[in-house]
Design a binder for this molecule. Structure first.
Ligand code: CUA
Length: 331
């Protein structure tokens, strides 16, 4: 009973939620959802027909247990029925093939009038997100979290800095591979405000499973507010403890890989931390953003995400405490 309830909850859960193609929140996902609907109806129709005929045959066999077997060579009724059946199968398959072909063509026919241009680069095991619009002073970088204004088409260029990854936010669109030496493009036109989860969909090494991203779909006003904030440099340290944290960040290995705009830290191989604390998660969706996660992550990233490119950086408890306080202030 408990098991049945759990299965039911899982099935219902799949039709709503932040990571499912069955609850589309963008035009592109809506089209993919239509393939699912057509496939479900066509295959259910044939399945029920086959089961119906099977039941009918069993029932007939029981009734005519004693009747002599049919020996007619040319049974015209049977031949006609088989022809109709073959015709129905061809029609069903044609419908499935043409529907998925048309959706695929429609998804591939992207136009060049998008309001928003974003480049997402996959890396072991996180996502670099660059807003590449307009003049250089309107461009900025973040990681593992994408914001999109509702109702506007965003053109997302997909690249990788190492191996093949695959960008997949099921509520918004289908999968698209990120291939070394190639630029793939995906358009997303979100229609519902909300927070959605994406996941790398191509096995890319040790921490493939911990390569998630968050997509926030919001109103134009909220998006502008978020973007204008992301464009600002990091806030200066507000207290001596913050200042110590910043000094630790610059003195230790952190600044070799991470960038904090406005803090003279310009590493480019790891996520940009300028507004780290404004994001919902850390370590590419592995932990929720809070003080405890930050402290745990900094003290032993290899325990939380074995194989991650971030090394364990030795520091004293006081240094670590100050560093976490500083990072927490990077709203
Ligand atoms: Cu990146 Cu799997």
């Amino acid at each position: 009973m408990k098991r049945a309830a759990l299965l039911m909850a899982l099935a219902l859960g799949a039709c709503s939620g932040m990571q499912t193609p069955l609850a589309p929140a963008a035009d592109q996902a809506e089209q993919i959802r239509s393939i699912w609907d057509v496939m479900l109806w066509v295959t259910s129709f044939f399945y029920l027909l086959v089961i119906g005929f099977l039941a009918w045959a069993v029932w007939r066999r029981r009734r005519k247990e004693t009747a002599p077997p049919r020996t007619q060579v040319h049974d015209q009724g049977l031949e006609r029925t088989l022809a109709i059946w073959a015709g129905m199968i061809v029609a069903g398959l044609t419908l499935l093939i043409s529907w998925s072909f048309l959706v695929d063509r429609s998804l591939a026919s992207t136009q060049d009038d998008q309001a928003l241009h974003i480049t997402v680069t996959g890396a072991q095991w996180w996502w670099r997100v660059e807003y590449t619009d307009g003049t250089p002073d309107k461009q900025f970088e973040t990681a593992n979290e994408i914001h999109l204004p509702v109702g506007e088409t965003a053109r997302i260029k997909l690249m990788t800095s190492d191996v093949i990854h695959s960008f997949w936010v099921p509520n918004l669109s289908g999968k698209m591979d990120m291939i070394p030496g190639r630029e793939n493009v995906i358009d997303i036109t979100p229609r519902k405000i909300g927070v959605y989860r994406g996941q790398c969909a191509e096995f890319c090494g040790f921490q493939h499973a911990h390569m998630a991203l968050t997509v926030v779909v919001e109103s134009r006003e909220d998006f502008n507010r978020w973007r204008n904030h992301q464009l600002t440099p990091a806030a200066p340290p507000a207290s001596p403890k913050h200042a110590l944290g910043k000094a630790v960040f610059k003195a230790k290995a952190c600044s070799l890989c991470h960038e904090i705009t406005g803090a003279d830290a310009g590493g480019r191989t790891a996520p940009n931390l300028t507004h780290l604390a404004s994001r919902r998660t850390i370590a590419a969706g592995t932990l929720p953003m809070n003080r405890g996660s930050l402290a745990g992550w900094i003290s032993d990233p290899q325990a939380i995400k074995p194989g991650a490119k971030m090394p364990n950086v030795p520091m004293s408890a006081a240094e670590s405490d100050a560093l976490v306080t500083y990072l927490e202030s990077l709203k």
